[in-house]
Design a binder for this molecule. Structure first.
Ligand code: KIV
Length: 270
């Protein structure tokens, strides 16, 4: 079983592997492949719930999906993503909501899209026993403030702010830090400055680990970000399978004899 302690103490030359998953069958494939961390990301909003952002995702949706993933994952660390407004408004509500991910959904830790408003929350959650993965750079829950999903930390002031926030969250107790869509040279400096591992997405090769969204990796979405990599064409596979099923039902090929059962005793009931 991978623990938050294992991730925090991970040797520099042993990259952390992380993927998202939102259901039990996918989580079991990811777990069996030996991926270290499964993130039940609020990216489920776009990836599987049909929304055009992560903002509508609810605590209950992440909770239910996290419970399914946790039931399927024997070894990977399961991290539940705290959805928009489930944290950062009122401290005791934030602690309670994060606690529910561990108590009711069997998550091992939570991830929080971070900023100046989450430093003290990270400290409090860590104090009460809720491990926190911080997340800086592009934080998609701020899309309305950012005006889109652009790269972050691209000027010296923004880069310095990000570096400072990263060290503040480490000092507050975060066990790792996701860096999303930031310049590779900034991600390398943040990685150098921190003891906890950085896990990059669109942040270049110098972070201590990498994370991608599973539907991008598997080729299930029609669109994926330029920093992602598609390793399969499951959408194409699904299209062929569904078309074959339709064709076989329409031409009477399915179901064949082996897909049914004849019971002699009920031959003459009509
Ligand atoms: O929600 C998510 O999947 C994430 C990753 C992109 C890091 O936050």
């Amino acid at each position: 079983m991978v623990t938050t302690r294992d991730i925090r103490n991970r040797a520099e030359d042993d990259p952390v592997t992380m993927l998202t998953a939102y259901d039990a069958p996918t989580a079991s494939v990811v777990d069996e492949a030996g991926i270290d961390v499964i993130l039940v990301g609020d990216s489920m909003g776009n990836a599987v719930l049909g929304h055009d952002s992560t903002l509508p995702v609810t605590l209950e949706e992440v909770q239910s999906r996290t419970a399914a993933v946790a039931r399927a994952a024997d070894d990977a660390l399961v991290v539940a993503d705290m959805p928009f407004l489930s944290f950062g408004v009122d401290e005791s509500d934030s602690v309670e909501n994060a606690g529910r991910m561990l108590k009711e959904a069997d998550a091992d830790a939570v991830k929080i899209e971070s900023g100046p408003h989450t430093v003290e929350l990270t400290r409090r959650l860590t104090e009460v026993g809720i491990p926190v993965m911080a997340h800086l750079g592009l934080t998609p829950q701020h899309v309305n403030q950012l005006g889109g999903y652009q790269r972050q930390g691209t000027d010296p002031e923004a880069a310095e702010r990000l570096l400072e926030l990263a060290t503040d969250h480490e000092e507050a107790g975060a066990f790792s830090l996701v860096l999303e869509h930031v310049p590779a040279n900034l991600a390398a400096q943040v990685t150098e400055a921190l003891d906890i591992p950085t896990i990059g997405i669109g942040a270049g090769p110098e972070t201590d680990g990498q994370v991608l969204v599973i539907t991008d990796v598997l080729g299930l979405d029609e669109w994926s970000p330029p920093f992602s990599k598609q390793y399969a064409d499951l959408r194409g596979e699904m299209e062929s399978a569904v078309e074959a099923y339709k064709r076989e039902v329409e031409n009477g090929e399915f179901p064949a004899e082996e897909h049914g059962h004849v019971e002699d005793a009920v031959d003459d009931v009509y």
